[in-house]
Design a protein around this ligand. Structure first.
Ligand code: NAD
Length: 521
């Protein structure tokens, strides 16, 4: 049962489950476009978080004992209720995050596609399977997957339900219970997920939502959970890892990015320009997998820039029909402005927008040229509606520049025949070929990064297995006359084993035949 009390868009306290006794402080959620209070939620203290984890632990015993199909049926009820509430969910996302309503509705769709996939896929993804026992031919060797127990999920504000659902859906489908801490900027939508789960999933406390800011998240990272799935900035990710280290709690880190796009001289330029504009500016550029830098071959650079500028000039910021909404946080506006001023001060040119085209929480989309690698806009995550375009002399140079970053989350390549091979050379967890961000929409593909972008995977079978403990079972099926796992070894065992080592792994005809057969099959 979710224990978060929320107040709805009319600013009045909605009737919901009473808040925990110790959660007296309230957190207000604001509409970033207008500054209006959308609603309030209680701040969960460390004691409240521990109590939620204890309830989740009790629920885990019952939830994990269900069969896959029973869990799938429970999750299907939650999914259906969320789908029936799609308008309400999209409106809350729009109001708390600032993104246009249509983007909010797409986010609901994407979140539910993962819930649907995870619930239906769990049994197949986690089916125990046999592997070769090697020389222990009298053994049955099996790998099986078991729920970890209670998962702590800490989420960001930029995709307030799609992003956490990438962990929550897979963790629940794998048989765990979840305690979810949404961002303090989007707590109402987080709480709504919990409320709908509480009235649709028959077992109480399978998904609980604990609202609050950093300290509530820190309490969850220190709590007695079996894994923390964190999505947010690299700086906070480091803190979460340090807190989790106290209990040796394993962590999954989905962090920031500085995604490159490469456009070669044989790319479809219309397609590449449209994708670059969408990839950089969707959600006002506040996506971990935003296109943050574009490397374009000099032979097509001028044409590409013209096309991009043409597309960007057709976009509208703000209003009901705007393509870009309000930036979610004033803090993020300051970061974007700082990156733009730094770029311009060091010689970059804004072909649209620019540092002076910022008004409150609205930023005009900015196409930057003449940018250099030392500028903040190339080195750090900008997380705003900014599209820096860099001219390169060759594909080699584009790959080298793409990989010169501490991040490695998403990426995209627009190219002719070389596209697939090029994709493998980009150091990133994910690459879209002749498209942007598509890897995030394919539910069976694993999602995650390398370096400062984090580690571990959500989505797909890999994402499901993240929330399980892998168990290896070796089962003797019949006894062999030779047994090495005993102290009762016959005389001459030392010599026999030495002979075996040389025959199997040395410079012997048997070893060579083995190598040959391995290469064949
Ligand atoms: P953030 O790091 O500021 O906050 C993320 C969450 O951590 C929030 O819920 C916050 O309350 C909580 N938190 C803050 N301090 C904490 C602490 N000490 N211990 C535990 N939790 C704490 O990130 P944000 O600004 O909400 O989100 C934007 C960032 O998230 C960007 O860097 C973006 O790239 C990244 N992101 C990554 C992915 C991904 O999948 N890799 C997806 C979306 C966003």
């Amino acid at each position: 049962m979710a224990t978060t009390q929320t107040s709805g868009g009319n600013g009045k306290q909605a009737a919901a489950t009473p808040p925990p006794a110790t959660a007296r402080e309230q957190l207000a959620s604001h509409d970033p476009a207008t500054g209006e209070v959308v609603g309030t939620v209680p701040v969960f203290s460390a004691a409240d978080v521990d109590a939620a984890v204890a309830r989740a632990r009790t629920a885990a015993a019952e939830w994990s004992a269900l069969s896959y199909s029973e869990r799938e049926a429970e999750l299907a009820r939650w999914r259906a209720a969320l789908a029936e509430s799609a308008d309400e969910l999209a409106e809350l996302i729009h109001r708390e995050n600032g993104k246009p309503r249509v983007e909010a509705m797409i986010e609901v769709y994407m979140a539910l596609s993962h819930l649907n996939h995870a619930a239906g896929r769990a049994e197949k993804a986690l089916r125990p399977h046999r592997v070769s026992p090697g020389l222990l031919a009298n053994f049955r060797a099996t790998i099986s997957y078991h729920p970890l127990g209670v998962i702590g999920v800490i989420g960001p504000w930029n995709y307030p339900i799609f992003t956490p659902m990438g962990s929550i859906a897979y963790a629940l489908a794998a048989g765990n219970t979840v305690v979810f801490k949404p961002s303090e900027l989007t707590p109402l939508i987080g709480a709504k997920l919990g409320e709908i789960a509480a009235r649709t999933i028959a077992i109480p406390n399978v998904l609980q939502v604990v609202t609050g800011a950093g300290p509530t998240g820190a309490a969850l990272a220190r709590a007695a959970v079996d894994k923390i799935a964190f999505t947010g900035s690299t700086a906070t990710g480091r803190k979460v890892m340090m807190a989790a280290a106290e209990r040796l709690t394993p962590v999954l880190m989905e962090l920031g990015g500085k995604d490159p796009m490469i456009v070669t001289d044989d790319a479809d330029l219309d397609k590449a320009a449209e994708a670059a504009v969408f990839g950089a500016l969707t959600n006002a550029g506040q996506a971990c997998i935003s296109v943050e830098r574009v490397y374009v071959h000099e032979a097509v650079y001028d044409k590409f820039v013209d096309k991009v500028v043409g597309e960007v000039r057709g976009l509208k910021v703000g209003g009901d029909d705007g393509h870009l909404g309000a930036m979610t946080s004033p803090q993020q506006v300051k970061i974007v402005e700082d990156h733009l001023r730094d770029a311009v001060a060091h010689g970059a040119k804004a072909l649209t927008g620019g540092p002076d085209a910022i008004s409150g929480s609205f930023i005009q989309p900015t196409v930057l040229v003449d940018v250099t690698p030392d500028m903040k806009v190339i080195r750090e995550e900008t997380f705003g509606p900014v599209l820096p375009i860099i001219k390169v002399g060759s594909t080699e140079e584009a790959v080298r520049a793409s990989n010169e970053t501490t991040f490695g989350l998403g990426s995209s390549v627009f190219a002719g025949k070389s596209a697939r091979e090029l994709a493998d050379r980009v150091r990133a967890g994910m690459t879209s070929v002749n498209s942007v961000m598509s890897f995030a929409a394919i539910t069976s593909l694993p999602f995650g990064g390398v370096g400062d972008s984090g580690f571990g995977r959500i989505h797909g079978d890999e994402g499901m297995k993240e929330f399980t403990r892998t168990k290896a079972t070796a089962e003797e099926t019949f006894a062999l006359p030779i047994n090495l796992m005993t102290f009762k070894l016959p005389k001459g065992t030392y010599e026999r084993i030495r002979g075996m080592i040389k025959t199997l792994y040395g410079d012997s005809p048997v070893a060579k035949a083995q190598d040959f057969l391995r290469r064949l099959f």
